[in-house]
Design a binder for this molecule. Sequence first.
Ligand code: ATP
Ligand code: MG
Length: 166
Amino acid sequence: MPNQSFSLTLASEKVTKQFASRLGHLLRSKDIILLSGKIGAGKTFLARALIQSLLTEHEDVPSPTFTIVQTYKTTLGELWHCDLYRINNSEEIDELGLLDAFGSTICLVEWPDRLKALQPREALGLHLSYTRLSDTVRNLEVSWTHSRWNEARTLQQTERSHALSR
Ligand SMILES: Nc1ncnc2c1ncn2[C@@H]1O[C@H](COP(=O)(O)OP(=O)(O)OP(=O)(O)O)[C@@H](O)[C@H]1O
Ligand SMILES: [Mg+2]
């Protein structure tokens, strides 16, 4: 299957939150989302909004920068939120149990480049980047190869129709 992708402008924190909860509606129990982008691009912000949209009661969602993995019980089952920034080799990835978590829990992974060849091909990729427009505008590239994610195109359509109605 060839690479599929589309880009969106996340014009404010509010739009990022809306995108995250729309994506939350598409998620299934074993999905993997790889969140890439520079420091401060908004990976944790988007992941937090996504996780909170899947919780029955409000819970703080801290950045996993120091703990590396934070786990949540969501309406779709267990979810792991990981930040691999400080991971240096595949032994450390093994110790985390992340490869077992892939395929058994929902996984949201920041800094997925640390996985190198272990990056799961069935994942949805979200790449956030700064724009020159403003401090609160981000570009988001959504990409995938697995047909499971073809329905992610609906997120593009929804965003467009929102943009048109503003
Ligand atoms: N449109 C936007 N979408 C997401 N975040 C935004 C947006 N506009 C401003 N921000 C701000 O950008 C910051 C993003 O920080 P965040 O911790 O999510 O970055 P990160 O990509 O996870 O960085 P790190 O690599 O250090 O983990 C937050 O303070 C957030 O409020
Ligand atoms: Mg982060």
